[in-house]
Design a protein around this ligand. Structure first.
Ligand code: UDP
Length: 231
């Protein structure tokens, strides 16, 4: 693995509080990513917005506007996380698909790839920049564009199951599954649009639980006990 795209949910930044930011949690992620960067791995990051807002949050609002708020939530998450990363000594840059004044740089593949090649951590904020998409689709799109080797999908659950383990105590975890099967079985890994993009563009994924010491570093170093999604 030379270049990876790490997807964190917004809730992952909130820790036990489930809303806003939990600095200790984000510092933990920062230290792990620093280990990867020190190992010579290029790291891009996408963060969801669920710790602040989802397009589905309000039923009394036009979806387009609600989604714009969601996209801005992901920008806030990236600015915050980027600053915490800087505090532990990493070089970072936040990229957005829409103009955010001096807060972030407009994303271009060339710019982001050169930054990664210089050892910087690139944050891809704002999702795809369009409503009716998600940060899952944003993740897939950016991973394909920057030619990442793999998407690292850090979740609250430790892999992909054949049914929801919270509901079904007999749910079985997959060690490995193809993306075609994920799509056929409609397994809840990413949303369907994102899964289909991964299938069409042959983008593999490693799904693992963020909780647990060194979960991200272990995943990249091959000490992996989540689910590998093959193409
Ligand atoms: N969002 C969007 N377009 C994108 C990415 C995100 O409209 O390309 C909005 C959408 O409202 C979404 C919110 O941002 O609900 C937060 O993104 P996330 O993927 O965390 O949302 P979730 O999939 O959990 O709803």
């Amino acid at each position: 693995m030379k270049r990876v795209l790490l997807k964190l949910s917004g809730e992952a930044l909130a820790g036990e509080k489930h809303t806003g930011f939990d600095e200790a949690t984000v510092l933990g992620v920062a230290n792990q990513v620093k280990t990867l960067v020190d190992d010579g791995i290029q790291v891009g990051i996408v963060i969801g917005g669920g710790n602040f807002w989802r397009g589905r949050t309000s039923e009394n609002m036009e979806r387009t506007k609600a989604d714009q708020i969601g996209m801005l939530a992901t920008v806030m998450n990236c600015i915050y996380t980027s600053e915490i990363f800087r505090s532990v000594g990493m070089k970072t840059q936040v990229y957005t698909p829409f103009v955010c004044g001096g807060f972030a740089k407009l994303f271009t593949k060339d710019e982001a790839v050169s930054f990664l090649e210089e050892g910087g951590v690139a944050f891809f904020a704002g999702g795809t920049g369009h409503p009716y998409f998600s940060t899952d689709t944003g993740t897939t799109l950016r991973a394909i564009e920057i030619e990442a080797d793999v998407i690292l999908l850090a979740k609250a659950i430790d892999g992909v199951y054949d049914s929801d383990p919270k509901v079904n105590p007999d749910a079985k975890k997959y060690d490995e599954i193809s993306i075609a099967e994920v799509v056929d079985k409609r397994l809840a890994v990413m949303d369907l649009t994102a899964s289909i993009m991964c299938m069409e563009n042959k983008m593999p994924m490693l799904v693992f639980g963020l909780e647990g010491e060194n979960s991200i570093v272990n995943t990249v170093r091959g000490k992996f006990n989540g689910t590998k999604i093959t193409v």
